[in-house]
Design a binder for this molecule. Structure first.
Ligand code: C2O
Ligand code: CU
Ligand code: CU
Length: 498
């Protein structure tokens, strides 16, 4: 079996079939700018802007609901270029939803009917994709339904029951996602349910993006072009921002217990989150709350496009200051030593009484036994600017169906990564569960059950998921490192009703 896969990958021209998976340095030798001493980033260097830091953390304003009916949410979003003031003394030409960076928070309820009027003033095709929400295929904002420059369309869908959780929305146009998201088009979407075991906790929504701005306030073209080396390999060269700010300060009270929703909206940066001197509990993932909290954690890796909900109890000392950090990825592909994301200050006043996280959050149903199994092989061919990222040996073609399924049928998907880098694989139209992981032929344990729409498939490993499509139609599945997606690592799944 393993050997056959190896041969299939070799036939597809996979790089890693020709070299040991871990021997990345040899493969890197063929890449532009990878020569000794010069450093891979050399030709992509730009004079970084001096950001203003230490401002109070900005809360992302919510999109107004224009409907008087409680069961309906009506809003208007316009995507257009605009001039933002991000750094002192210079304007930055961004692309935004309703002239804001990040775009407005959409807050809706399970079962609510959503009607968003979307106008595209970008000058190129765009869409809005409701990342992680199971909406009908023709409302999913896929590249098959482009909204042309100057055009307006409505997105209509019902917020699925049981979907309470943290999501985001972003463009999904053919070949230009790196450009569009990298220029600022990304925003949070929160679904609330009638029951919420953590409703007593104060909340913070932290949308992490990366943006490369030079000293004159211009967005560095190398960061949004396709395909540029650092963007291609590492998902970006920009600053990590929280709610559009560099190193903002979250002012809280000593001993406060809070629920943070963290969204990785970067074009392709893995966040390894850590909180100085604090442990935290993970209580939710892409598709909402876990059944039981995972307490006592010191770090959590959030792959591109993933979300995590954590519960944090901050230090009880007054005037304490500590950081939420990204520890970075390390290794040859890493983005360095990591970066501070946000400061937390406890301020003055008496310590808050301790709040315990409930031991049980909500039921998470088993998806059920699978009746079919599919293999998804990730590979690469070529190098540098001509490199392609492939699924089952093929580059994306929206006029081709790559995989078929039956609506409601539970399947096992083996996501097989034959390359030397990690790929966060995202499937539209549903939430799935990880049921297996194989590291060099050995099964690794899956410590908890969670709803995900994006899963990291580490270099050289296989991840097995249990998945079903609740609705009919054609769906994208792809790597969420956007330059990989733009360079072909996307495929079409057709779910047909019988
Ligand atoms: Cu975040 Cu295909 O999407
Ligand atoms: Cu999606
Ligand atoms: Cu990838």
């Amino acid at each position: 079996m393993h050997r056959r896969r190896f041969l299939q990958a070799a036939a597809a021209g996979s790089i890693s079939a020709l070299a040991p998976v871990r021997d990345a340095s040899a493969q890197m030798a063929g890449m532009p700018g990878s020569g000794k001493g010069g450093g891979m980033m050399g030709q992509w260097a730009y004079a970084k802007a001096t950001w203003q830091t230490g401002l109070p953390l900005r809360r992302i304003p919510a999109l107004a609901n224009g409907s008087p009916l409680p069961g309906t949410f009506e809003g208007t979003l316009v995507a257009s270029p605009y001039s933002a003031s991000l750094i002192p003394d210079h304007a930055t030409d961004l692309w935004g939803y309703n002239d804001s960076y990040p775009g407005p928070l959409i807050e809706v309820y399970e079962g609510q009917h959503v009607d968003i009027e979307f106008t595209n003033r970008l000058g190129i095709d765009s869409t809005i994709h409701w990342h992680g929400l199971a909406v009908p295929a023709d409302q999913d904002g896929s590249p098959m339904d482009p909204v042309r420059p100057g055009a307006t369309r409505h997105y209509n869908f019902e917020v699925p029951p049981g979907s309470a959780g943290t999501y985001w929305y972003h463009p999904h146009a053919h070949l230009t996602n790196t450009l569009q998201v990298g220029r600022g088009l990304a925003a949070p979407l929160i679904v609330r349910g009638a029951d919420d075991a953590l409703r007593m906790l104060p909340e913070l929504t932290l949308l992490v993006t990366s943006l490369a701005v030079d000293g004159d306030g211009r967005v560095f073209a190398g960061a949004v072009a396709r395909p540029g080396m650092p963007v291609m390999m590492m998902g970006g060269v920009g600053e990590l921002l929280v709610n559009g700010q560099k190193h903002p300060v979250h002012a809280t009270t000593p001993g406060a217990t809070e629920r943070w929703r963290v969204i990785n909206a970067t074009p392709g940066h893995y966040l390894r989150l850590q909180l100085d001197g604090h442990r935290f509990a993970v209580v939710g993932t892409d598709g909402g709350l876990l059944s039981e909290p995972l307490p006592g954690l010191t770090e959590w890796v959030l792959a591109p496009a993933q979300r995590v909900e954590i519960v944090v109890t901050v230090a009880t000392q007054p005037s304490a200051r500590f950081w939420l950090r990204d520890l970075g990825q390390g290794g040859w592909m890493g983005t360095g030593a990591g970066a501070a994301l946000m400061a937390i200050e406890t301020g003055a006043g008496p310590a808050q009484p301790r709040v315990d996280v409930p031991a049980y959050l909500r039921p998470i149903a088993d998806i059920g036994p699978a009746s079919a199994r599919q293999q998804i092989v990730l590979s690469m061919s070529g190098m540098g600017a001509s490199g392609r990222f492939l699924i089952n040996g093929r580059s994306f073609d929206m006029n081709r169906v790559d995989l078929e399924t039956v609506v409601g049928r539970v399947e096992l998907w083996d996501l097989i990564n034959t390359t030397y880098m990690d790929h966060p694989i995202h499937v539209h139209g549903t939430q799935f569960q990880v049921v297996g992981r194989t590291v060099r032929g050995l099964a690794a344990p899956i410590p908890y059950v969670a709803w995900l729409d994006t899963v990291n498939v580490p270099a050289g490993e296989t991840v097995t998921i249990n998945i079903r499509q609740p609705l009919p139609g054609k769906r994208m599945f792809h790597c969420h490192i956007l330059p990989h997606e733009d360079a072909g690592m996307m495929a079409v799944l057709n779910a047909f009703a019988v």
